[in-house]
Design a protein around this ligand. Structure first.
Ligand SMILES: [Zn+2]
Length: 443
């Protein structure tokens, strides 16, 4: 039976309180779907067991929903594409050919179907909010509304109940200084003004309870410098987050140096305002010098380990980013596999394998699980500008129940729950998921 938390007080056996799971914590959810109060659930508290509005969840650990800061939902349609390399090997650019073939083949129905499947799967992975980096705008079939995929992506999110920050992406050049070609024509706005009109239209039709906006330029190869500056300032003027892919593949760095005299990250540092509202996706090949300056100015870094592994991008310099106090979030990006725990685990495991050292991502007490959960929840919410990612008063009641009696978690209590979840489980122990206090998925 569906469990609506609005107007109720929920007492799970364990509740994530920021750095660990604690017992006897009551979480009161208001009628508006926001958390009203977090406090003790003992017999002397107002949340005692006789309260008819109280819901007990024995055998459950309550976690803030994971926040997926970077997704291209339609790429879920590449799931099952054979990983066969007839010419001997492949790389990011050969993968991109396959992705372009998919992009070119989609009609509004198939685009909606792939996106909806991706969002449903995210909920099953405990992801309650997604930053959808949306650049496939046009159906290419002469539709009356050229932005028909924008409506379809919002509808797919709304229909499954996931929170979405639509990161509306400007894409104007096929490579630096080159026109859009083939599938890329479905990405491109006809003009800057047309893109702005569409932003207005989207802003007016959003459901503010579960939908918000951000702005992206796809990458340095997809915009000229005046547009890059213009859209960064445009996002800042509206207090919207600004996202951009940065230095995922080495070729884009060489191309950028040849034209702009510096790599993509150095070009961003030179050309636009960097502050905590800016998130750079990947930073796989960014230099330490550039990363230090980017982090010092407050920029966030989004890593997507499963996609970065699948596409053979490489490992970013995560230990250095963390040493510099850089804020990191995660994304499921190409959605070949959708699992928050697996993304976070590989953020750590990738570095362990590379550096022959354990404990790269940790919190101030040395806990790897707590460090990864911070990346998976609070930091993602910050990147998307959402009041979510932590179980605290005022935040949206975006919550996940974990079944601690699941076979994968048996024998794990208290602090071992987080470690068991992050290092021993995929999506299986996730039993219920709420967005704004409304249950939108259960096992
Ligand atoms: Zn991406």
């Amino acid at each position: 039976m569906s469990m609506d938390l609005r107007g109720k007080t929920i007492v799970a056996e364990w509740t994530w309180t920021g750095s660990r799971f604690s017992r006897d914590v009551a979480v009161r959810v208001g009628a508006d779907g926001r958390i009203e109060l977090v406090g003790p659930a003992g017999p002397s508290s107002p949340h005692d067991a006789r309260d008819p509005q109280r819901i007990d969840l024995p055998g459950c650990a309550l976690l803030p929903g994971f926040v997926n800061a970077h997704s291209h939902a339609f790429q879920r349609g590449l799931r099952g594409t054979p990983q066969r390399f007839e010419s001997g090997s492949g790389d990011f650019w050969t993968w991109r050919h396959t992705m372009y073939r998919l992009a070119e083949s989609l009609a509004v129905d198939s685009f909606y179907t792939h996106s909806r499947r991706a969002f449903e799967e995210m909920l099953s992975a405990g992801i309650t909010a997604v930053g959808e980096f949306h650049y496939l705008h046009h159906a290419g079939d002469g539709s009356v509304d050229p932005w028909v995929f924008d409506d379809a992506i919002l509808a797919a999110a709304r229909d499954v109940g996931i929170r979405i920050c639509l990161i509306q992406c400007y894409y104007a050049t096929g490579a630096i200084g080159q026109p859009l070609q083939g599938a890329q024509k479905r990405f491109g706005p006809v003009s800057r003004d047309e893109f702005l009109r569409q932003m207005d239209r989207l802003a007016n039709k959003l459901d503010s309870r579960t939908q918000s906006l951000a702005v992206a330029c796809h990458s340095i190869r997809a915009v000229d410098l005046p547009d890059l500056k213009y859209f960064r300032d445009f996002a800042a003027a509206h207090n919207w987050p600004f996202h951009i892919h940065v230095e995922e593949a080495r070729k884009e760095i060489d191309d950028c140096v040849a034209v702009h005299g510096a790599g993509p990250m150095a070009t961003l540092l030179r050309e636009i305002r960097i502050d905590p509202r800016v998130t750079a996706i990947h930073c796989t090949h960014s230099t330490r010098q550039d990363l230090r300056e980017y982090i010092a100015r407050g920029g966030m870094v989004c890593l997507c380990p499963i996609t970065e592994g699948n596409l053979s991008d490489g490992f970013p310099d995560l230990p250095f980013i963390l040493e510099e106090d850089g804020a990191v979030c995660f994304g499921t990006d190409s959605n070949i596999r959708i699992s928050a725990t697996e993304e976070l685990r590989w953020m750590e495991f990738g570095q362990r394998a590379r550096r022959e050292t354990r404990g790269i991502v940790t919190d101030q007490h040395g806990s790897c699980a707590a460090g990864l959960i911070e990346i998976g929840t609070r930091n993602g919410a910050r990147s998307l500008g959402l009041s979510a990612g932590a179980i605290i008063a005022g935040n949206r009641a975006d919550l996940v129940a974990i079944d601690v009696n699941h076979a994968l978690m048996l024998g794990c209590e208290d602090d071992a729950i987080a470690d068991s979840l992050l290092f021993g489980c995929g999506n299986c122990p996730i039993s219920r998921v709420w967005v704004g206090g409304v249950e939108c998925w259960s096992r």
